[in-house]
Write a protein that binds this ligand. Structure first.
Ligand code: GDP
Ligand code: GDP
Length: 480
């Protein structure tokens, strides 16, 4: 036996003194592996929540997610960044797409509700259509109903704001919409939400028919993303050249997302959702809304994202948001600085400053300075993609991890706070794609110390091009 595994055995044994849950124990024994996609049979079903502003969509999402902190604002149309959430009820998992934050786009254009809802519905397996029962059905609601009929997806009609029995009668008038039985709910107080969730599970398929399932062994999947006009379609055309193979989406589901197989550096890559890149629709109206939703769905299908940034303009809030979406989705990340041909000395100076300031949290992402127009350095993207995916797949053996953390902690222990010093008891990599670490500790680890540990892990094991997750489980010593 090596000394490393002796150490692990000793650490494991030491854990016997601490209160561990059965799940903790399974993790420690290496029986529980959360691996992004590994524990899934297929893509999770997608539920879209649509409805006019202020009917209570966000409140309902929070209710379904059982989140304590409400992100609801009293101002209608406050833009939220994220649109997709992981939900669970009765042991079944699904994805919720919330359109609540998308009433106004960045340029202040008011989106028609039906138009806004259309994309969300197209990308969903089932729909929750929320109406404010205290207001009743409006013309906007009628327009949504017509759109829903055309779409032909299963729909549950939610009569929200039915806070008490008195308002039940209001809910019943919504039978008139012709969508079947209204489900009376109070998103705010929770009334009726359990019944609604049961009804949701009845209409949702086991696995999504919308999000395409990919074989694990197939070509690696790349999403080409970035805000409008950064050069996505130009780069796609440059990379694809003439030997482009267009792959149709699953027949009978969505028409729009189409993948392309492109050969780069002697290997085939699957660029996902390229139709959304090529088809320049909805340019004027709600471009932001569509762009963000497309980014989200492309990320769900992809393993690695190339985020394009236009170097001829200052790095914007929107650029940073796209990068953040990749991290939140747990995908590998490559950043391509495009339009390098337009760069002069002065702009270059400011660009580097902007990168230092705005993108410090992703210094680990491989970078390529490219020009989709001239083809400059586009070949470097292949090495960057390979690096990022290699890190995304990487697994550090438990013995090595603990031996390494032991050294790190010995050299720089957690600061003593209030006379106490939390100890790291044991660590394990619980999953890959992206790498997820679980650290068992005898006390709370401060944010600064967690960042220090992440930095050390990256220095030692690489992980260039992938987000990594570190969760800390504080466990008490058993009383004797
Ligand atoms: P969204 O624009 O559709 O996402 O609506 P919000 O979730 O932001 O809710 C709009 C307003 O309606 C907020 O002030 C909520 O507190 C309120 N609201 C939401 N659900 C209910 C409910 O079930 N009952 C009552 N009385 N108010 C609610
Ligand atoms: P998309 O909206 O991200 O797909 O961006 P496009 O590919 O349509 O590009 C937007 C504009 O930027 C077009 O006018 C392109 O010709 C231009 N463009 C794209 N890449 C480059 C580049 O590398 N250099 C220069 N000078 N222009 C570029």
């Amino acid at each position: 036996m090596s000394t490393e595994s002796d150490l692990t055995t000793a650490l494991r044994a030491g854990l016997a003194d601490f209160e561990l849950t059965p799940e903790d124990q399974a993790l420690v024994d290496g029986h529980l592996v959360h691996g992004g996609e590994e524990d899934q049979d297929g893509p999770l079903p997608v539920l879209a929540i649509i409805g006019r502003p202020n009917v209570g969509k966000s409140t309902l999402v929070n209710r379904i997610l059982r989140r304590r902190e409400a992100v609801v604002e009293d101002v209608p149309g406050v833009t939220r960044d994220r649109v997709a959430y992981a939900a669970e009820w009765s042991g079944r998992r699904f994805t919720i797409v919330d359109t609540g934050g998308w009433v106004l786009d960045a340029t202040g254009i008011h989106l028609r509700v039906a138009e806004q809802a259309e994309v969300a519905v197209e990308l969903a397996d089932a729909v929750l259509f929320v109406v404010d029962a205290t207001v009743g059905a409006t013309d906007d609601d009628e327009a949504v109903v017509r759109m829903l009929r055309r779409a032909g997806k299963p729909v549950l009609l939610v009569a929200n704001k039915v806070d008490d029995e008195r308002t039940e009668a209001d809910a019943m008038t919504l039978w008139n919409l012709g969508l079947g039985q209204p489900h009376p709910v109070s998103a705010l107080h929770g009334r009726g939400s359990g019944d609604l969730l049961d009804a949701i599970l009845e209409v949702l398929p086991e696995t999504s028919a919308v999000a395409e399932a990919y074989p694990r062994s197939g070509p690696r999947r790349v999403a080409l993303i970035g805000r409008p006009n950064v050069g996505k379609s130009s780069l796609l055309n440059k990379l694809a050249g003439t030997d482009r193979v267009v792959v149709d989406a699953v027949a009978g589901t969505t028409r729009d997302p189409v993948d392309e197989l492109i050969e780069l550096g002697g290997q085939t890559w699957r660029f996902v959702d390229t139709a959304g890149i090529r088809r320049r629709v909805h340019q004027s109206r709600g471009a932001d809304f569509y762009a963000s939703l497309r980014t989200q769905t492309a990320l769900e299908k992809a393993e690695v994202a190339i985020v394009l940034i236009d170097v001829s303009e200052p790095i914007s809030e929107q650029d940073i948001r796209v990068v953040q979406q990749v991290i939140d989705a747990g995908r590998a990340l490559v950043i391509a600085y495009n339009k390098w041909d337009l760069l002069d000395e002065e702009r270059r100076y400011y660009l580097e400053k902007e990168i230092e300031r705005e993108l410090v949290q992703v210094t680990w992402a491989p970078r390529a300075n490219i020009s989709a127009r001239t083809g400059r350095h586009t070949d470097k993207l292949v090495a960057a993609l390979e690096t990022a995916l290699g890190s995304w797949d990487q697994r550090v053996p438990t013995a090595r991890l603990n031996a390494f953390l032991g050294e790190v902690v010995a050299a720089q222990p957690h600061p003593v706070r209030g006379g106490k010093q939390p100890r790291i008891l044991f660590a394990t990599q619980a999953g890959t794609r992206p790498p997820r670490f679980v650290i068992f500790a005898s006390g709370f680890l401060e944010a600064g110390y967690r960042r220090f540990l992440e930095r050390k892990l990256r220095e030692q094991f690489g992980f260039d091009g992938t987000p990594i997750e570190i969760s800390v489980r504080v466990r008490e010593k058993r009383r004797r």
